[in-house]
Design a protein around this ligand. Structure first.
Ligand SMILES: NC(=O)CC[C@H](N)C(=O)O
Length: 394
């Protein structure tokens, strides 16, 4: 028999997790020892935790993994979606003790600890997820320094709620930067960074797009100064109702007739700019295994999601707006939540579009990558060229 090569595990201190309705869970510290607060949400991804933890949209959220074992592939130097871990905390059932991947450079536990992120393991995540599913996402505290749930609960109740939270400025780049096109440059896109994931400009670069990433506070004049072929608004944390300034900028973009593409928060702001409302889902969609139907083709995609809010738009009735006719283009098959919007002119030609989910697929399946091609084709068409056939007779 082979000897067990595992180093003897030192036992981390006990930890408690207290939800704002008083429900308490017990486990052990994972990552940094300490205390953290946020909105408790669950993610159904079986893999891709490195991309999840570094997604800026998770700012101020304590993420519970429904997959029972997390950390098997460690932490590498390539898969970060931003410059740091953004989750406020990470809660798992069984933390893998020995990561195994040729790309791994450190364990998940080490990565959390190095960035001071408080986590918790050995938690009954199935019971916790069922509770959040029944009662909805809510405020939570996780502590490996407090032993009294009542004292932690008192601090949980002092925390701000996700309702009305304006968080884009907290995660956005302080300075503009450029992600160059790979190969020949075909288009210039301005991306408003409301919490952008690094895979998004990468997907654009693959298609010959040079992306100018601007801070969340950029004005329409600052966007227009780049003379973009298209404008993109990214994913991001917080409540879309609290992003009035970005909605006003987007209305100017639409009025100028510039092709627009939005992802997630960018879909919610597109919805608002078109005159629709947004609302908070009970527990949201998070994970890389969510079924979405493209209502035009009736094709179903398996997609990556991370949203707690959604657009309130009619599923089967086109809506006239000052910028064109808006329709719902995609819907989630689990609950019929709006997952995409399209704006067309009176002739039925596409002007702008957005999706509530994540075609950049980091992590996640690549079923929806056609949306980046759709954006490229749209810019080609709107600037009087035919995609891939510049200078040729068609
Ligand atoms: N990933 C995102 O862009 C999330 C958008 C928004 N903060 C929500 O939770 O719905």
């Amino acid at each position: 028999m082979l000897a067990d090569a595992r180093a003897p595990e030192s036992t981390p201190p006990p930890a408690i997790l207290v939800l704002e309705d008083g429900r308490t869970f017990h486990g052990r510290a994972f990552g940094a020892v300490g205390e953290t607060f946020g909105e408790a949400v669950f993610s159904t991804g079986m893999s891709g935790y490195q991309e999840t933890l570094t997604d800026p949209s998770y700012d101020r959220q304590v993420v519970v993994a429904t997959a029972p074992q997390i950390g098997n592939t460690g932490w590498n130097d390539d898969d970060d979606e931003s410059s740091r871990i953004w989750v406020a905390g990470y809660v798992v059932r069984d933390a893998a003790r020995i990561p195994s991947s040729w790309r791994s450079r450190r364990s998940l536990d080490d990565a959390l600890r190095a960035q001071g992120v408080v986590g918790m393991r050995d938690v009954d995540t199935r019971a916790l997820t069922r509770h959040l599913r029944e009662r909805g996402a809510m405020r939570v505290g996780v502590s490996s320094v407090e032993t009294d749930p009542a004292r932690l609960l008192a601090r949980v109740l002092e925390q701000p709620s996700m309702h009305g939270a304006h968080l884009a400025d907290e995660v956005s780049t302080p300075q503009a930067y450029v992600v160059p096109a790979q190969g020949d440059k075909r288009f210039t896109v301005v991306a408003l960074d409301l919490g952008i994931k690094s895979m998004t400009p990468y997907r654009m670069a693959e298609r010959g797009i040079e992306t100018h990433v601007l801070p969340a506070t950029a004005s329409f004049a600052e966007i227009a100064a780049h003379r973009p072929d298209g404008v993109f608004f990214s994913n991001g944390p917080g409540d879309p109702q609290a992003a009035d300034a970005a909605v006003a900028v987007l209305r100017e973009v639409l009025a100028a007739g510039t092709p627009y593409f939005g992802i997630c928060f960018g879909n919610q702001l597109f919805g608002r700019a078109l005159g629709f409302g947004t609302y908070k889902l009970v527990y949201g969609h998070r994970g890389i295994n969510q079924p979405v139907m493209d209502l035009t083709t009736r094709k179903v995609e398996i997609t990556a999601h991370n949203h707690g809010f959604a657009v309130d738009a009619p599923l089967d009735a086109p809506t006239p707006t000052p910028y064109g006719v808006a329709t719902v283009s995609h819907v989630c098959l689990n609950d019929q939540v709006v997952e995409g919007l399209e704006l067309r002119d009176d002739a039925g030609d596409l002007l702008s579009f957005s999706v509530q989910y994540h075609p950049e697929a980091a992590a996640g399946p690549h079923d929806a990558s056609y949306l980046f091609d759709r954006f490229t084709d749209l810019m080609a068409k709107r600037s009087g060229r035919v995609s891939g056939l510049e200078g040729q007779e068609n």
